[in-house]
Design a protein around this ligand. Structure first.
Ligand SMILES: Cc1cc2nc3c(=O)[nH]c(=O)nc-3n(C[C@H](O)[C@H](O)[C@H](O)COP(=O)(O)OP(=O)(O)OC[C@H]3O[C@@H](n4cnc5c(N)ncnc54)[C@H](O)[C@@H]3O)c2cc1C
Length: 425
């Protein structure tokens, strides 16, 4: 039993990094931990695209922090967005008040990067949060309703077209899911439609889809999406979005009422940190123990940080869930070492491979050391790997059931247009 006054640890951001740190510090009474987040729930970004395409429910991939912290006496939750860090007074300012800390951990992840394109930032649909996913689901369903009502063929086509900017895993996964939805659902839900005129366009500035993955994965993604009827435009940059026209840098344009933006991220802002600590992509420069450069008691973990000390990743780690999870867990261990006066362990990322689902029964898996497999087995592995980290046993069960039902029927019943800001009754 430790009778010393516990030190205050504030973690800002309860994503993969912050939550794993908090969970590992649970019941360690030398620390009183407060998790600060602008949402009252943790969620699982890799499955957002299935929420936005009405395949699973948002509650399948999210879980309230307060429920998770029940029975853990040294863990607390504070709802509020971070506004400013005051390193000189060891305090942070949030939307809802000021909090003081002995150790501060920043784990706010990233936000969508629109690369300064104002029209795109106002009109395109990002894919970063549960709110984004639900907005996208409503938008796509509303546009379909408008499309079936319209008698003007050009208008019908524009309302039915969907452009996805960004051919990384998120863009590929949404394109595959929307193409399947078009094939399996539209003719059943809208029997009056003989031939649906909407098309799906996947646009990427690079020469290949799935940029960070192996060339085998890239080729498989291209082939599968092509067969599903997705129009793939490579080496093509989206330049603007004006009057429901997606303007491409090569001078062409696509008429579309929907532009989905899956094309880049930038680290969340952390006002108050020394300017020298902010680097490429607004990421926060940290040492091998994730301590922020130029500070003595502030740490940054996950997507928000840039660590150049891991010899296998001299340009920084990829912004992936596994990096965030491993950094959160190691920081917890190091904070415990710190309080025990023991030496700290530097962070080394253990790459477990990467994967993407392309369509029903089709996925690609890149293993470390150049291993690769694809198809049905890869798809099963993808499902299995993505169900394990879902918070809450009941959520895992509900997700497994939803998947089973949706995949066998090809017709989940979640296509509800729910608009909380609609006051008409
Ligand atoms: C659509 C999508 C699909 C992805 N698919 C994969 C995948 O298949 N595999 C993979 O490895 N990675 C994937 N990623 C990346 C992965 O989700 C991230 O690498 C991971 O979430 C990073 O974890 P994090 O804890 O650093 O940040 P996040 O998980 O982004 O968590 C940040 C937390 O901070 C909170 N927050 C943000 N701003 C504030 C603020 N101002 N104040 C308070 N709280 C704040 C947020 O609410 C959130 O809870 C995907 C990402 C997206 C968006």
């Amino acid at each position: 039993m430790n009778n010393a006054v516990p030190q205050k640890v504030i973690i800002v951001g309860g994503g993969f990094a912050g939550l794993n740190l908090a969970k590992k510090l649970a019941n360690q009474d030398q620390y009183q931990v407060t998790l600060v987040d602008r949402n009252n729930y943790h969620f699982f970004p890799p499955l957002l695209y299935q929420v936005s395409t009405a395949f699973i429910e948002s509650s399948n991939i999210s879980y309230p922090f307060r429920r998770m912290f029940q029975g853990k006496s040294n863990l607390g939750f504070y709802m509020g967005g971070l506004l400013k860090i005051n390193p000189e007074s060891n305090t942070i300012e949030t939307e809802n008040g000021v909090l003081s800390y002995d150790h501060l951990v920043l784990a706010m992840g990233t936000e969508t990067n629109f690369f300064g394109m104002e029209n795109v930032s106002k009109k395109a649909m990002p894919m970063k949060t549960i709110d984004d996913a639900i907005n996208m689901r409503n938008h796509i369903l509303l546009k379909l309703e408008e499309a079936v009502r319209s008698s003007d063929p050009a208008e019908k086509e524009k309302l039915g077209n969907i452009v996805i900017a960004g051919g990384g895993p998120t863009g590929v996964e949404i394109a595959g899911m929307l193409a399947e939805m078009g094939r399996n659902i539209i003719t059943k839900d809208y029997p009056s439609v003989k031939r649906f005129s909407g098309r799906i366009f996947l646009v990427d500035a690079g020469a290949k889809l799935l940029g960070p993955m192996s060339s085998k994965s890239q080729e498989e993604a291209y082939e599968v999406l092509n067969k599903l009827g997705v129009n793939i435009y490579l080496n093509t940059l989206v330049k603007d979005y004006v009057d429901e026209q997606v303007i491409l840098a090569n001078g062409n344009h696509i008429n579309s009422s929907t532009l989905i933006w899956a094309s880049g991220v930038i680290a969340k802002e952390a006002p108050g940190l020394p300017a020298a600590a902010i680097t490429r992509g607004r990421r926060i420069l940290v040492d091998e123990f994730n301590k922020v450069q130029g500070t003595s008691n502030i740490y940054a973990i996950g997507d928000q940080c840039m660590q150049l000390t891991d010899e296998k990743f001299p340009n920084g780690h990829p912004q992936l869930a596994q990096v965030a999870i491993q950094q959160g867990k190691l920081l917890a261990k190091n904070l415990l070492m710190l309080s025990a006066g023991k030496p700290l362990e530097p962070f080394r990322y253990h790459d477990k491979g990467s994967m993407a689902i392309i369509a029903k029964f089709k996925a690609v898996v890149d293993l470390p050391k150049k291993g690769f497999f694809k198809g049905f087995f890869a798809w099963i592995v993808w499902l299995f790997i993505h169900i394990i980290p879902i918070a809450g046993f009941r959520n895992k069960g509900k997700l497994a059931f939803n998947w089973f039902w949706s995949f066998i029927t090809n017709d989940p019943t979640l296509r509800l247009i729910i608009r909380p800001d609609n006051k008409k009754s």
